[in-house]
Design a protein around this ligand. Structure first.
Ligand code: CU
Length: 340
């Protein structure tokens, strides 16, 4: 959970002077809570990993991102593998002394820091782990079958400076590309957060919260809390959908989503109430906006908080950046469409 020391040797070619000097030896803050307590950061990190790898996804696209479609100009929705720990690492390493958080803290310059290649190799490793190691019962299939996804392609220069087209479908199995990954212990794999049933029950009997229609569309500049009707009464397999999220793509933006959170300590993520996150790496570009949406699976969370039989939940959205930049058009709960 720290930058490997080999990257810090001032004489090494893999060092980079444009990094956040406060974070060179610090425990990484994958949740971007700002906590300075190393033990809290460790448990937050394990919860972030567990949530984005195990608990928060209903299908492979929730993890990898939704497919782009011709004719749909919006960003269809980043997956949990991009939104959480991946973005946090960029921001953790990027240098606040630089105008655009170079190198790692901005899309255009991240590749100038050799750490970038290890970071992204690790993001690729998360895909392999998600597919091969995680419990099979969480999602209906781990295969990507959408042709718009499989046939998407990118142009790269090869080692002979020749332009080559690379298809997504050829990059999904590392063994076909000639390499595999060492299997090591995964401390987050069984890190299901502690149950919070008593607190959740107190919440729903003692408090009143505004309804969705009075809160949205929401210009997110401070912590907001509101009540959302569930799709179905009784034990349910459901997703929280945040729609029409319009973001300033030039900024680092992040918000966390909690459900029936009683203790409200924003520095703590290691609890059942943590449902997931949206976060983005800034792009250096003329000011522009993008509209997207995300889905957060609530099924395990309902169980951990014993709230599956309730009619509604109380959602808290906590911004982790300062200032404006995010509006959220709407929020709703849907039944998991993957279930027969
Ligand atoms: Cu990246």
């Amino acid at each position: 959970m720290t930058i490997p020391p080999i990257f810090l040797d001032p004489k090494a070619a893999i060092n980079d002077s444009k990094r956040n000097q406060d974070n060179l030896k610090a425990v990484v803050d994958l949740g971007r809570t700002g906590s300075k307590d190393p033990m809290q950061l460790v448990t937050n990190n394990l919860t972030v990993m567990y949530t984005e790898m195990v608990r928060g996804n209903a299908d492979v696209y929730d993890f990898m991102g939704q497919p782009y479609r011709e004719g749909f100009p919006v960003n269809p929705g980043p997956g949990s593998s991009e939104r959480g720990s991946h973005t946090a690492l960029h921001i953790f390493v990027g240098d606040p002394r630089e105008p655009s958080m170079e190198d790692m803290g901005n899309f255009y310059s991240a590749g100038r820091d050799p750490l970038f290649y290890c970071h992204h190799a690790n993001v690729d490793r998360m895909w392999t782990l998600w597919k091969d190691v995680l419990p099979k019962d969480k999602v209906p299939t781990k295969d990507i079958t959408d042709p718009d996804y499989l046939n998407a392609s990118f142009l790269f220069y090869d080692e002979n400076a020749q332009l080559v087209r690379v298809y997504v479908r050829d990059c999904l199995d590392t063994r076909k590309m000639g390499y595999d990954l060492q299997r090591i212990d995964l401390p987050w794999l069984d890190y299901r957060p502690p149950i919070q049933t008593a607190l959740a029950r107190i919440k729903r009997t003692t408090s009143f919260f505004p309804k969705v229609f009075s809160v949205f569309p929401l210009n997110l500049t401070k912590v907001v809390r509101f009540e959302v009707q569930k799709a179905k009464k009784g034990k349910a397999d459901e997703l929280l959908v945040l729609e029409d999220i319009t973001v300033d793509t030039t900024k680092f933006l992040k918000f966390d989503v909690f459900v029936n959170d009683e203790d409200d300590n924003p520095l703590e993520l290691d609890k059942a109430a943590y449902a997931g996150t949206y976060a983005q790496v800034p792009h250096k570009a003329p000011k522009k906006t993008s509209t997207t949406s995300i889905r957060l699976r609530l099924t395990d969370l309902y169980e951990d908080m014993d709230i599956g039989d309730d009619d509604s939940i109380v959602v808290t959205i906590v911004p982790r950046h300062s200032g404006p930049g995010v509006t959220i058009g709407g929020i709703k709960i849907i039944e998991n469409p993957n279930k027969a």
